[in-house]
Design a protein around this ligand. Structure first.
Ligand code: ZN
Length: 568
């Protein structure tokens, strides 16, 4: 419900939602145009575009790793590397020609274009609706998955005429070619064989190195899966991993790159080290689930008697290396996998938090944001530890309130169905504010020290401005604006005109948080679409204050460009 890969408020990835909106009047680029594109005009503001991504070394604690772990880790990185080669071809194969040209170029500005091309895996700015920054052609909707001139209508008509080919043509794991006047599905394991073979070899070598039985099984099954195009068994094995420090996610997963049909999966890889200490801490919160639910500031009917619990365990890890889809544009800071419904039903899913990525984003975005919009002296209260707590509490707080409701006319339904398109903004806002409300209970229990109040609330306030940057159209952005406007109206957030900055009024803050948490929970529990719409229209708006603050933040990086130190 909360972190489908690209829709993570906590990860700034929400900006990735503007993918694929081709510019009006642009025709899709064809291979013949590659030559012309190279000579074509380049957007002059490349430095400003590049500055949105702060180059950052992603550090991880290698001290906990044994000699064996380090060897395995090195092999896993080796396995992940060719994923980039595959993703270039899936995204925009001509990008590789452009890349080679820019690498050869001696013009100093081409270094910037090359760097930005590498960030975007092609000459299209993923943060700007895929606007071309080299040349004028639009990104093909079907990326590298389909013939360039194929339309959705033709694709659908072909399936209608050839029902026997439906499964292979619609498979997430095939690309589509033209052949004998028709369409032909080529399986990924055939199309990308030259890259998959060395990947499988490295995975098998890593499997031979590790003494952890669950990792050994997973890695060898994954190697089989990549070569056979059947990922079921190794997806199950990934869920069953136990007591391993090093880990890899590798294969075709998300379908966002396919703007034509949204069905073809892109290759990506995460290599990471499990952070068992942080995971233990996260599990500690779960002991309070029932108490948190009971103490919500609403009538009984707005909180289910039994908390159904989290839909998947929370894993905290340090990212060591990434490749492919996940590295393009905004960096993923949390993901939920696998996507295969059969595996989800049988084994469930894993939710993985990339803690060092979150910390890097925090340092490069949230700290500078707080320096500009918070009152003087407040930034010292903005800490990563408080921010990370907030993220965990947000995730946990999705389960609170009610899920199943009965409408006034007797209809039994779910909050999600009743609030329809408004549900994501309401649900994300609820998770934020109920998470913050729960801080008080955790302080009373001694789980969070009481003297950290100011730190937690100031960090929360800075975080509002970060999430606001996603805009009113995005669920987290809108849910955030509701909080900002409500708390400002209640006097819990104070604006100082002279310094043009904000701060928390500690005397009013907790009561206002309680009242807002209650409003969100009631909107969900009542399940009235009209009331939800009124609530969002009243508070989920970009007012002059928010707009002015956002203007001040325009040049602060929206994300990091990761640098992987890779010291084994
Ligand atoms: Zn969420």
């Amino acid at each position: 419900m909360s972190i489908s890969k690209r829709i993570i408020g906590i990860g700034a990835a929400a900006l990735g939602l503007v993918l694929f909106s081709a510019l009006p009047g642009c025709k899709p680029a064809g291979k013949k145009d590659a030559q012309a594109m190279r000579a074509a005009a380049k957007l002059p503001d490349i430095k400003a575009r590049l500055a949105k991504f702060a180059p950052t070394e992603l550090m991880y604690d290698a001290g906990r790793l044994s000699a064996e772990d380090r060897q395995v880790l090195q092999k896993l990185v080796e396995a992940a590397r060719p994923i980039d080669d595959i993703f270039w071809r899936q995204s925009y194969p001509e990008g590789l020609t452009l890349k080679a040209d820019l690498e050869r170029s001696t013009a100093p500005e081409d270094k910037d274009y090359l760097q930005f091309l590498m960030i975007n895996f092609g000459p299209f700015d993923r943060q700007d609706g895929n606007r071309p920054f080299i040349g004028a052609d639009a990104k093909p909707a079907g990326a590298g998955f389909y013939p360039r001139d194929l339309t959705r209508a033709e694709f659908e008509a072909f399936i209608k005429e050839h029902p026997g080919s439906k499964e292979s043509v619609e498979s997430p794991y095939t690309i589509i070619r033209r052949e004998n006047g028709g369409l032909k599905a080529v399986p990924y394991n055939v199309e990308y064989k030259e890259f998959l073979e060395p990947i499988a070899r490295a995975l098998r070598e890593a499997a031979a190195m590790t003494s952890n039985p669950s990792l050994k099984t997973y890695l060898s099954h994954r190697a089989d899966g990549l070569l056979s195009n059947d990922y079921y068994q190794s997806d199950c094995d990934w869920i069953d991993l136990k007591d391993n420090l090093t880990e890899i996610v590798i294969g075709p997963f998300e379908v966002y790159e396919d703007g034509l049909n949204g069905i073809k999966a892109s290759y990506e890889s995460f290599v990471y080290v499990n952070d068992q200490e942080s995971m233990k801490k996260v599990k500690g919160y779960l002991a309070y689930l029932d108490e948190m639910q009971r103490s919500l500031p609403v009538d009984k009917k707005y909180k289910a008697a039994v908390v159904t619990g989290l839909d998947s365990p929370l894993n905290v890890v340090s990212e060591v290396f990434t490749a492919g889809d996940t590295k393009a544009g905004v960096q993923t800071s949390a993901f939920v996998l696998p996507n295969d419904e059969r595996v989800r039903e049988k084994k469930g899913t894993k939710k993985v938090f990339l803690k060092n990525v979150m910390e890097a984003k925090f340092n490069k975005s949230l700290i500078p944001i707080s320096q500009r919009v918070l009152a003087a002296g407040e930034t010292k209260f903005v800490t990563f530890d408080a921010y990370f707590n907030e993220i965990i509490l947000h995730e946990i707080s999705h389960v609170f309130g009610v899920n199943y409701i009965t409408l006034p006319d007797g209809t039994k339904t779910t909050v999600n169905k009743a609030l329809k398109d408004l549900n994501p903004a309401i649900e994300e806002g609820k998770a934020d504010i109920v998470g913050l409300y729960n801080v008080r209970l955790l302080m009373n229990k001694g789980w969070i020290a009481k003297d950290r109040k100011r730190e937690i609330y100031s960090t929360y306030l800075a975080g509002l401005f970060r999430a606001m940057r996603f805009g009113v159209k995005e669920a987290h952005g809108r849910g955030t604006l509701v909080q900002f406007n409500f708390l400002k109206e209640e006097g819990a957030i104070l604006y100082d005109r002279a310094s043009d900055t904000f701060k928390v009024d500690m005397s009013k803050f907790e009561d206002a948080v309680r009242d807002l948490a209650s409003q969100f929970l009631i909107v969900e529990g009542d399940g009235s679409y009209e009331k939800a719409a009124q609530f969002l229209d009243r508070y989920g708006v970009l007012d002059a204050f928010a707009e002015n603050a956002l203007k001040k933040l325009a040049d602060i990086p929206v994300d990091i460009a990761p640098i992987f130190p890779l010291k084994f």
